[in-house]
Ligand binder design. Structure first.
Ligand code: GLN
Length: 394
């Protein structure tokens, strides 16, 4: 058989998506791959039913249907603090997964370098490799997942750095970057002349007084930021695969070419249905979403506290990392990897999680990621199931 490309030998399948498959096999509660288990708002499902009858059912414009681009730009202009032009500054993609890949292919030449914070959402590693670039990792240090300014500057000042990937709010650590941190990143982007490519899919899921700030809204940053986002998390439609990139007209013109040859376009009826809903959902919708996730975070983290399971305190996103160090010290788990532990969890507690090692550059074996985008009863049931595990420490 002819040999496959070298590139496909250098990364594995997604551990997050693999855990979902194992979870399904054992009928576990899936707290691994992050997606909600409730229906999207009725404005969205009703629009989908209408569009099924009315169309469109043929291709939309490759870079996104005009009315859909206009609807997104109307909402995003407010967040960006400037008018985002639907004609030239946005490309609609198949989810933010394609958005990020498109950005990497648009910005990077083979051999360029991309700065990525660790822990990171695993797609960024593969995206970087697929675009021919090499990642440079900079640690975010727990418990508040701050970065060392000198270390970040040392990474960003290396020759060939073309982009920094910024996930904000950050999966899996739940960090919401503060204004002064973003200003520092922005100053480096200007000083060393690179793009900031962001993943802002959790922009509406922030807790307490943590506020999400678009780095593109900082002075002089629109020109050097490519903002990736999606409708998946905000409207609970992860299966619709609708995302977008916003950026300066020149970069977006190039990104539209990449996108066109990768996918031609996002599904036309899905864009139309989402557009109809976006035009009727008001500010209350976003406030309710935030309140809903805040309450879920409280339910789940209080549950973990009652079980005595140590965990991170997310400022945003719907992820929490639990510390399994004490479990790994027990005889029955000695020598286990975090992956072995997650498999044990699925089989013995009926709760699926993601091994932390798939998010870290550093050799980490003591963290496991769970998400809390589940109906309240399911969260309570998960805590009940995890109590079996917690009892082992008593
Ligand atoms: N972002 C989600 C997670 O980290 C999943 C997204 C995906 O699988 N495409 O679990």
């Amino acid at each position: 058989m002819p040999q496959l490309s070298n590139r496909v030998m250098t990364f594995t399948d997604s551990v997050i998506r693999r855990m979902t498959r194992i979870s399904d096999e054992y009928g576990a509660i899936n707290l691994s791959q992050g997606f909600p288990d409730w229906d999207p708002p009725t404005e969205i499902t009703d629009a989908l039913a209408e569009v099924a009858k009315e169309g469109p059912h043929q291709y939309s414009i490759t870079f996104g249907a005009t009315n859909f681009r206009e609807a997104i730009c109307r909402i995003e202009s407010e967040r960006f603090g400037r008018t985002v032009d639907p004609k030239s500054e946005i490309v609609i993609t198949c989810g933010s997964t394609e958005a990020m890949m498109t950005c990497m292919m648009t910005v990077c030449n083979p051999g360029d370098k991309v700065v990525i914070f660790s822990p990171f959402y695993e797609n960024y590693g593969a995206d970087t490799i697929l675009s021919g670039a090499d990642p440079i990792f900079v640690p975010l240090t727990p418990p508040s997942f701050t970065f060392d300014k000198a270390e970040l500057e040392a990474a960003c000042s290396q020759p060939g750095v073309k982009a920094l990937i910024l996930c904000n709010p950050s999966n899996p650590c739940g960090k919401v970057f503060k204004r002064d941190e973003l200003e520092f990143i922005a100053s480096l982007a200007k000083k060393y002349d690179f793009y900031v490519v962001t993943d802002e899919v959790y922009e509406y899921i922030t807790f307490d007084d943590n506020e999400h700030i678009c780095v593109a809204s900082l002075p002089g940053m629109f020109e050097r930021t490519l903002t990736c986002n999606s409708l998946s998390k905000t409207y609970s439609i992860t299966g619709w695969r609708l995302g977008y990139v916003i950026g300066n007209a020149e970069a977006i013109e190039a990104a539209r070419k990449v996108h066109d040859f990768l996918t031609v376009g996002a599904a036309a009826p899905i864009q139309e249905a989402a557009c109809r809903a976006l035009n009727v959902l008001g500010p209350d919708y976003y406030a309710d979403l935030k309140a809903k996730y805040q309450s879920k975070r409280d339910i789940f983290l209080n549950g973990l506290d009652e079980l005595g399971i140590e965990h991170t305190n997310p400022e945003g996103t719907y992820f929490v990392l639990i510390d399994i160090t004490k479990f790994l010290q027990l005889d029955q788990f000695k020598g286990m990897s975090d992956m072995d532990f997650c498999e044990w969890m699925i089989k013995n507690t009926g709760v699926a999680a993601v091994p932390g090692s798939s998010f870290f550059r550093e050799p980490i074996n003591h963290l496991v990621r769970l998400h809390f985008a589940r109906e309240d009863e399911t969260l309570y049931e998960s805590i009940r199931r995890l109590s079996k595990m917690a009892d082992l420490l008593k």
